[in-house]
Design a protein around this ligand. Structure first.
Ligand SMILES: NC(=O)c1ccc[n+]([C@@H]2O[C@H](COP(=O)([O-])OP(=O)(O)OC[C@H]3O[C@@H](n4cnc5c(N)ncnc54)[C@H](O)[C@@H]3O)[C@@H](O)[C@H]2O)c1
Ligand SMILES: [Zn+2]
Length: 365
């Protein structure tokens, strides 16, 4: 087994490691012991993820000390309080106590829901993330944001609850559908554009090998993404300032997801469109060189097709953006790239600029 990559995340509320290792699923029990996670462990997963990877994990956990896994559905449509209530029910029935840990095994939806349950059950119990999608490994499992959607908006209900450990096994991504894998890669590109030209270039250069999911190409990309996320989270646990940079592509992206009721686009796909919109807007202002805008558009295009947007009116997205969490006291913050590898946050973006950029990207005028 290769040596694990360990990335330390030190936030004011907790310090923990992100452990990245091929085959880590076969040693979850000992990795949890080493991380100091409580011995009474309750797994939360989805039927699909548990069918694919559960046997390997269950094998390494002391199942006499833990109950059966708590299996809940995991599409974005199920990321609401009703599903979290099923997790509470199972915990109460199994007499989970303050000395118990929740182990979230799945994509970002399972991580966010199990994380919210862990943040709130008995006012907070220990949490470990075992992310099984690329998006969850590079993004959602790190940083402590947990929560669920409200019918009127995404992630409107949530908390900050840092895990005790994050254990990512790149090998688990072998079973991920290509579309899901690509959706995660768009978040990797987000890190490249906002924070690391090297990462951006690496994805462009190694694209085929990354898609083939060979550990030699995949693990460094996951590790670099985690390093960037960890470094931002460390200096700004509660997203008061610098962490906002990681919302690049998420203003228009969230609006697109919400206005199509989370059904048409994967989160990462919506972010890909959001990045194209923000880059257009930045280029229109002269804040981003046309060459850099095109490099981003080309890289996104080279990964494969995105679901179409031509029937969605730009005005519908502009309306949806008003409900976004990134609107604070009436001010709308917008992350704009300034070059490949750096971005800035501005608060003076006008509706007409957004409409124009949306139309240029292909939304209905
Ligand atoms: N908390 C945060 O900081 C944060 C950051 C980014 C995104 N998110 C949230 O993450 C969610 C998206 O996460 P996601 O893209 O992982 O979606 P997801 O959790 O819905 O998973 C996508 C699909 O992949 C399946 N799956 C998971 N692992 C698999 C595997 N190894 N093999 C085969 N199939 C597998 C799942 O069953 C699901 O159908 C969104 O709700 C988003 O808001 C949270
Ligand atoms: Zn995202």
């Amino acid at each position: 087994m290769p040596e694990p990559v360990r990335i330390a995340v030190a936030t004011p509320s907790r310090s923990y490691d992100v452990i990245i290792q091929d085959g880590a699923l076969d040693r979850i029990g000992s990795l949890l012991d080493a991380s100091g996670a409580p011995r009474r462990r309750f797994v939360v997963s989805s039927p699909l993820v548990w069918r694919l990877h559960g046997a390997r994990i269950a094998h390494t956990l002391d199942l006499t000390a833990s109950a059966d896994p708590i299996l809940v559905p995991d599409g974005e449509r199920f990321k609401h309080l009703g599903t979290v209530a099923r997790i509470y029910d199972a915990l109460v029935q199994a007499k989970a106590d303050r000395g118990s840990a929740l182990v979230a095994v799945g994509g970002g939806v399972i991580g966010d829901m199990a994380g919210f349950a862990a943040a709130t059950f008995l006012r907070g119990i220990a949490l470990v993330h075992i992310p099984t999608t690329l998006l969850a490994q590079v993004d959602s499992a790190i940083g402590g944001k947990v929560g669920v959607n409200h019918a009127l908006g995404k992630n409107l209900i949530g908390a900050f609850h840092q895990p005790q450990a994050v254990i990512a096994d790149p090998d688990a991504l072998a079973t991920l559908p290509r579309r899901e894998f690509r959706a995660g890669l768009y978040e990797v590109i987000k890190y490249g554009v906002t924070s690391s030209a090297d990462l951006f270039d690496r994805v462009a250069r190694d694209r085929r090998a990354i898609f083939a999911r060979g550990p030699a190409s995949l693990t460094p990309v996951i590790a670099e993404s985690c390093r960037i996320k960890a470094s931002v989270v460390q200096v700004d646990e509660r997203e008061a300032g610098p962490r906002m940079i990681l919302n690049f592509g998420h203003t228009a992206g969230h609006a697109l997801e919400a206005s199509t009721r989370y059904r048409r686009y994967r989160h990462g796909e919506a972010v890909a469109y959001g990045m194209l919109v923000a880059a257009r807007l930045a280029a229109n202002r002269g804040a981003l060189a046309e060459r850099d805008r095109r490099a981003l558009a080309d890289l996104i295009a080279s990964l494969g097709p995105l679901p179409p947007i031509g029937d969605i009116p730009a005005s519908q997205l502009v309306d949806a953006m008003r409900l976004d969490k990134k609107v604070v006291g009436g001010t709308r913050y917008f992350v704009l790239p300034t070059t490949i590898g750096a971005a800035t946050v501005v608060d003076d973006v006008k509706d007409h600029e957004i409409s124009e950029a949306l139309a240029q990207v292909g939304f209905k005028r």
